[in-house]
Ligand binder design. Structure first.
Ligand code: ATP
Ligand code: MG
Length: 569
């Protein structure tokens, strides 16, 4: 490709609204343009990178025996009603009606469609296992589309689904995907961590995310040198034991005028330190109040609560609803003596005595509370958000917390979809059994963006060779000097003839502009042909990532570049 004939609209300035490096650089280097909030156009260089990512995905999915499909993005509501997700998923789903008034949605994922195909097409255990996948567009009305193509409302996903006879089969399919994902991300030039993830309100027995460490990430990961790594939505830490005083007798009610918060009560004379308080949160689930209890100095992890509640649909109660449910305003709420209400308590409260909590009367608290004796806990669960610096649950060393971007997610679904949608096969004994399923997703744009997050410097992008839009850039530092132009053309054509994706910067532009653009666009290997060196029959071979530069004879340039390609980072 000749640059003079290409659409590669590089910009001098960062887009005004951009924070993430990948957002700034993909726009400035001419890869993407915004069309609407969370809606992007991919220009030719981005499309080249997306195609190279696609090729890696196809190869690695093929290696584990997966078969490629292409499913529609437009789904009739019926199949989503069958799985129950038409009702359960809220505003994230784009919904529309056709001219007859029937309901449709734009697919945000494809469990439903694949399960429907499996139901109609698989009837015997002999046909299993199967691994099916596609590389296709997804639509999600994200509440906060941001960071360029990291969180879009339309994006491209490689989504795969496995169908097995039993859990053992699922374990094997899950493991195959784990291996494929490790190869895919490694080949794409990404450094990543595989972490335990939350399966959310959807259930399922195991799930893991592949995370690329980056300040632009929205996920917080807790990890430890011992190998423990988890998304904070799921992650745990050890709680050092607290020595409680011995308290006899019933809880004692005492006046606490003006005390509204945990900190207020910690400062109040006769109050209690935060780690000796019970924090009472009131949530409304299906229009009923539910109590959620945590230690005063602990923070609620909402994803854990969703798992405990078995639903993602809840909201905090209003002050009026608190009064109605418990007889007091927030600040004086407690669970002592409360009956007929679901009470979810965090594990860190188990066995605690001598605790303080609201008395369910404004401006009164209770002290001397024995949690297990005085509170009718209906369910104990891990509800607390673990923090960096706290001791690792496995080895006790302090956990490290870092921000990261989720590039992939593998998920043991079990029989959730096959049961609700009645996708069964006959087993060896002739009985109908639900197919055991897994689901596995990778965001293509996230691979592209993460590569930029990891591999850029002040001057621009430095693509991993495997997913770069072009492998080699041949830059003519003059468009007038015949020696330069002829040599550049010869090298470029010889590279093309050898099947190398070469881009020739043949523009009639200032050498400085061309070198800046070369750094910005980030082609991994470049051959620079300048008027002075060419008189000695020499050109420069440079590696974008390392800055390594070598002078080589012009007539050996293509050979030397070809030899260097496979050893690039
Ligand atoms: P997130 O927590 O970031 O919203 P998710 O858990 O909703 O991600 P999945 O439903 O597991 O994501 O989708 C599989 C993959 O699709 C993700 O690992 C990610 O790479 C990609 N992905 C998900 N949502 C988006 C989005 N809005 N824009 C771009 N890629 C996305
Ligand atoms: Mg999401």
């Amino acid at each position: 490709m000749r640059w003079s004939q290409s659409f590669l609209p590089t910009l001098r300035e960062d887009p005004a609204d951009a924070e993430a490096a990948s957002h700034k650089l993909l726009v400035r280097a001419g890869f993407v343009r915004p069309v609407g909030a969370g809606i992007w156009a991919y220009l030719p260089p981005a499309q080249r990178t997306m195609n190279r990512i696609t090729a890696i995905l196809r190869e690695e999915m093929g290696r584990i025996g997966a078969q490629e499909f292409y499913l529609p993005a437009l789904h009739p509501a019926e199949i989503w009603k069958e799985s129950g997700r038409w009702q359960r998923i809220g505003a994230d789903m784009f919904r529309l009606k056709d001219r007859k008034g029937s309901d449709y949605c734009l697919g945000m994922t494809h469990e439903e469609v694949f399960t429907a195909i499996a139901r109609d097409g698989l009837s015997s255990y002999r046909q299993l296992p199967q691994i099916w996948y596609q590389i296709q567009v997804k639509f999600r009305d994200e509440p906060r589309p941001k960071s360029g193509v990291i969180r879009d409302r339309q994006f491209t996903m490689k989504d795969a689904y496995s169908f097995d006879v039993d859990e053992k089969g699922l374990d094997r399919s899950y493991d195959l995907h784990r291996q494929a994902y490790e190869r895919i991300f490694t080949r794409s030039g990404l450094a990543f961590t595989m972490v335990e993830a939350s399966s959310g309100a959807m259930g399922g027995s195991a799930s893991a995310e592949f995370i690329v460490e980056s300040a632009a990430g929205e996920d917080t990961i807790l990890s430890c040198a011992c190998g423990y790594a988890a998304n904070r939505e799921k992650g745990r830490s050890a709680v050092p034991p607290v020595q409680d005083p011995v308290v006899k007798g019933a809880p004692e009610r005492f006046p606490t005028p003006g005390v509204r918060t945990i900190e207020d009560l910690a400062r109040f004379v006769g109050g209690a330190p935060a780690d000796r308080q019970v924090k009472t949160l009131v949530m409304i689930v299906e229009s009923k109040p539910v109590l959620v209890l945590l230690r005063g100095d602990h923070t609620l992890e909402e994803e854990k609560m969703k798992t405990a509640l078995g639903t993602g649909t809840y909201r905090p109660a209003t002050p009026e609803e608190c009064v109605h449910a418990l007889g007091a305003h927030p600040g004086s709420l407690g669970a002592v003596g409360v009956k007929g209400m679901a009470i979810h308590a965090d594990e860190a409260l188990r066995g605690r005595r001598g605790m303080a909590t609201g008395a369910n009367a404004d401006d009164f608290h209770l002290r001397g509370v024995d949690v297990e004796r005085d509170i009718a806990v209906t369910a104990w669960a891990d509800l607390r958000q673990a923090q960096g610096g706290e001791p690792c649950v496995r080895c006790g060393k302090p956990l490290k917390a870092f921000k990261g971007i989720e590039v992939g997610h593998i998920f043991k679904l079990g029989t959730r979809y096959s049961e609700s949608m009645k996708a069964t096969v006959t087993d060896a004994g002739g009985r109908q059994i639900p197919i055991v399923m897994g689901s596995y997703g990778i965001g293509l744009e996230r691979i592209m963006a993460c590569a930029v997050e990891l591999w850029h410097d002040a001057k621009g992008i430095s693509w991993p060779a495997s997913i770069a839009p072009f492998q080699i850039l041949v830059t003519s530092l003059s468009a007038k000097d015949e020696g330069v132009v002829n040599t550049s053309r010869a090298i470029h054509e010889s590279l093309l003839a050898r099947g190398v994706d070469s881009l020739w910067d043949d523009r009639d532009a200032n050498a400085g502009v061309k070198l800046n653009d070369a750094d910005l666009v980030g082609i991994p290997l470049r051959i620079t042909v300048g008027p002075r060196k060419i008189k000695e029959g020499k050109v420069e071979l440079a590696v974008r990532r390392t800055g390594e530069v070598r002078e080589i004879p012009a007539d050996q340039a293509a050979e030397a570049a070809l030899a260097r390609l496979p050893t690039l980072p």
